[in-house]
Design a protein around this ligand. Structure first.
Ligand code: DC
Length: 225
C-alpha cells in the first residue's frame, strides 16, 4: 500500500461523461485536494488564442509555457481559475476553449511541460485528479483509478444543460458533432491518448445520475479501504 501522501484517485474519461462533477463530489466527501487537469489545458489554450498563436504548431504552443501564469482560488462552490491574474472561469468553459484545449493537448512537448504543474497538486492527505491521462501517465501509481464513460447523445445533452445554465448559447446537434470530433482527436493522438488505464474500473454513467455515480465510486473506495 502507498503511504498517505500518495493517496490519489484518478477519474479519466471523455468530455461530458460527468467526471468533473464526480471528482468534485468525491474530493469533498473524502476531504482530498482536487485537480481539474482539463482546466489547465483550457488555460493554456486561452493564452494561445489571446496571443494569436497557431495552436496546431507545437513549437508555438511550447513557448507559451515560459510565461504561463495560472492559479486556482477557492470559490464558494468551485475553484476559480485565473490566467495572468484575471478570473477566466466563464471563458475557459466555452466550447471554443474546449476545442482549442484539445488541439494544444495533442503536442507531446506541451504535455511533458504540464506534467510537473499537475503533479504539484498532490499534497497530503491526497488528491482526486480528473482528465484524460491521470491514471495512465500523470499518476500511474494512483491507488484508485476510474474511467467514466457515457454515450455521445447523453454527453451532448449534459453539456447543453451546463452551457445554458451558465447563460451561454448552445445547439445540441452542433455539440454532438463537436464532442465526436474531440473524442476522435483525444483518442487518436499519439501522445497520451484518452484510454482507460489497465487497472481502472470502467463506469458507464449513461443511465446513472450524479448521486448514483458518486455513490458507486465512493463505495468502491471504501470497500477497498
Ligand atoms: O476535460 P475538459 O473538457 O476540460 O478537457 C479539455 C481538453 O483538454 C480535452 O479535449 C483534451 C484535453 N485534456 C487532455 O488532453 N488531458 C487531460 N488530462 C485533460 C484534458
Amino acid at each position: 500500500m502507498q503511504d498517505e501522501t500518495a493517496y490519489v484517485v484518478t477519474i479519466d474519461g471523455p468530455g461530458g461523461s460527468g467526471k468533473g462533477s464526480l471528482a468534485i463530489r468525491v474530493a469533498r466527501e473524502l476531504n482530498l485536494h482536487l485537480l481539474d487537469s482539463g482546466a489547465i489545458y483550457r488555460l493554456l489554450a486561452l493564452k494561445g488564442l489571446q496571443q494569436g498563436v497557431d495552436l496546431d504548431q507545437q513549437h508555438e504552443v511550447v513557448v507559451l509555457l515560459n510565461d504561463f501564469n495560472i492559479r486556482f482560488d477557492a470559490g464558494d462552490d468551485l475553484s476559480i481559475p485565473y490566467l495572468d491574474n484575471r478570473d477566466v472561469s466563464t471563458e475557459i468553459r466555452r466550447e471554443d476553449a474546449g476545442d482549442a484545449a484539445s488541439r494544444v493537448a495533442r503536442h507531446a512537448e506541451v504535455r511533458q511541460g504540464l506534467l510537473e504543474i499537475q503533479r504539484a497538486f498532490l499534497k497530503p492527505p491526497g488528491l482526486v485528479a480528473d482528465g484524460r491521462d491521470m491514471g495512465t501517465v500523470v499518476f500511474p501509481n494512483a491507488r484508485f483509478k476510474f474511467f467514466l464513460y457515457a454515450s455521445i447523445e447523453i454527453r451532448a445533452q449534459r453539456r447543453y444543460k451546463q452551457l445554458i445554465n451558465m447563460g451561454l448559447s448552445a445547439n445540441i446537434a452542433h455539440l454532438q458533432a463537436e464532442i465526436a470530433e474531440r473524442d476522435e482527436r483525444d483518442q487518436k493522438r499519439s501522445a497520451s491518448p484518452l484510454k482507460p488505464a489497465e487497472d481502472a474500473l470502467i463506469v458507464d454513467s449513461s443511465l446513472l445520475d450524479q448521486a448514483q455515480v458518486t455513490e458507486l465510486v465512493l463505495s468502491h473506495i471504501r470497500e477497498a479501504g
